[in-house]
Design a protein around this ligand. Structure first.
Ligand code: SF4
Length: 347
C-alpha cells in the first residue's frame, strides 16, 4: 500500500509542512520560499513535451565561457532569494542541468551553505556514482523524466534512441546510494528525495494506471522508495506545435480533462510537485530567473523573458522584492493552479 501523505523534499507541501512544525526563524524574511533558476537550454534529448520550441545541443566553448558570467549572477540570485526567505533552490525549466555540472555543483554548494534544499529535474542521462554521492550529502532531491516505462514509447517521447534500460539503471543507482534517505518518515508525511515524473498524453495514457506495477517489475523493492509524479502537459512550447498537438494538447478539451484526471488520480502527490493549497508554490511563493538572468514568472514562462528586468540590474533584496511584486501581477488573475497549463478562461 502507498503511504497516505507523501511529499518531495524541498517542494511546496514539504516546506509548508516544515513551517508548521518548526519555530519561525528569527529576523528572517518569509516573503518567498523558492529560488528557481533555469540552466542553459541545451539538452541531449528532444522530448516533444518540452517548454522550448527547438532542441538545442551543447554549446561551443565560447558559449561555455559566457556561462561563467551567468553563474556569478546565479549565486547572487540565490543569496538574495535566501535573504527573502527562500529555503529551496530548484532547477526545472528548459535544458538538462547535468550537462553543466561545474556550474550546478557551485550553485548547490552555495544553496547548501545557506541552509537550503535543492530540487533538480533531470532526464537522467548524465547521472553517475560520483554525482549521486555529491547530491546525497548536499540535500538534493532528483526528479527523473520518465514519459513512459515501456522501451518503444519511451524512445518516442524523449525524441532520441535512448534506452529505457539505461535510465532505469541510473534510477537504481540513485536509489541504492541514497538508501534509506530516499524516503523517510517525517511527522504525518513520508518525505522522499527521488521521483519519477510522467506527463500524461494521448500516447501513454493507457500506461498510467499500470505505472506502479511496472515500476515494481523494473526495480523490485527499491520502487517503494520512489515518489511517482504524474503531470499533465504544458499548453505552450513544443507540446503546442501542430505536429505534437494531437498527442499533448488533447484532440478535444475533453481529452485534456482526461489527462488532468489521470494525473490527479495516479500521482502520489495528486498532481505535480508544485501543488500546495490549490496553487503552484513555485509560482506564487517563489522567484525565477531564466538561464541568462532575466526575471520571469515561472521556470516554464520563458516566453515572458525581457518583461520584468534582469538580475544584473538588481543589487539588493529590496530591489528583488519589488521585481517579484511586479511579476506577481502577471499571474494575479489565475484561477487554476498553473500559468502554463491554464485554459484561456482561467486567466
Ligand atoms: S506555474 Fe505551472 S509550469 Fe510554472 S512552475 Fe508552476 S506548475 Fe510549473
Amino acid at each position: 500500500m502507498r503511504f497516505q501523505k507523501i511529499s518531495l523534499q524541498g517542494s511546496p507541501p514539504h516546506l509548508n509542512m516544515l513551517e508548521q512544525s518548526m519555530p519561525k526563524r528569527s529576523n528572517a524574511s518569509e516573503f518567498i520560499k523558492f529560488a528557481n533558476i533555469n540552466f542553459p537550454p541545451e539538452c541531449d534529448f528532444a522530448c516533444p513535451q518540452c517548454c522550448q520550441y527547438k532542441p538545442r545541443e551543447k554549446s561551443s566553448e565560447s558559449g561555455a565561457k559566457e556561462y561563467v558570467k551567468f553563474s556569478e549572477q546565479y549565486l547572487k540570485f540565490l543569496r538574495l532569494c535566501n535573504s527573502l526567505g527562500a529555503r529551496t533552490f530548484a532547477v526545472m525549466g528548459e535544458g538538462e542541468p547535468l550537462l553543466h555540472m561545474d556550474m550546478l555543483r557551485t550553485c548547490i554548494e552555495k544553496a547548501h551553505g545557506l541552509g537550503m534544499f535543492t530540487i533538480i529535474f533531470t532526464n537522467g542521462s548524465k547521472i553517475d556514482r560520483e554525482k549521486v554521492a555529491f547530491f546525497k550529502i548536499h540535500d538534493v532531491s532528483l526528479v527523473f523524466n520518465t514519459p513512459s516505462l515501456y522501451p518503444e514509447t519511451y524512445a518516442q517521447l524523449v525524441g532520441r534512441k535512448y534506452s529505457l534500460e539505461k535510465i532505469i539503471g541510473k534510477l537504481r543507482l540513485v536509489l541504492e546510494i541514497y538508501g534509506e534517505d530516499a524516503m523517510r518518515k517525517c511527522g504525518e508525511y513520508r518525505v522522499g528525495r527521488v521521483a519519477t515524473n510522467t506527463v500524461v498524453n494521448a500516447r501513454n495514457k493507457a500506461e498510467i494506471p499500470l505505472m506502479e506495477d511496472r515500476l515494481k517489475a523494473l526495480l523490485g523493492p527499491l520502487s517503494k522508495r520512489i515518489i511517482k509524479v504524474i503531470n499533465f502537459p504544458l499548453k505552450m512550447g513544443r507540446a503546442a506545435l501542430d505536429e505534437n498537438k494531437a498527442i499533448f494538447a488533447g484532440r478535444y478539451e475533453n481529452e485534456y480533462l482526461e489527462f488532468m484526471e489521470l494525473a490527479r488520480k495516479y500521482s502520489d502527490l495528486h498532481g505535480p510537485t508544485a501543488l500546495f493549497a490549490g496553487k503552484c508554490g513555485y509560482l506564487t511563493q517563489g522567484a525565477t530567473i531564466g538561464y541568462e538572468g532575466s526575471i520571469i514568472p515561472c521556470p516554464y514562462a520563458t516566453a515572458m523573458t525581457g518583461r520584468f528586468g534582469h538580475i544584473h540590474e538588481i543589487d539588493d533584496a529590496n530591489a528583488l522584492k519589488e521585481a517579484i511584486l511586479k511579476v506577481s501581477e502577471s499571474w494575479a488573475k489565475l484561477r487554476g493552479y498553473c500559468l502554463m497549463r491554464a485554459f484561456q478562461n482561467e486567466l
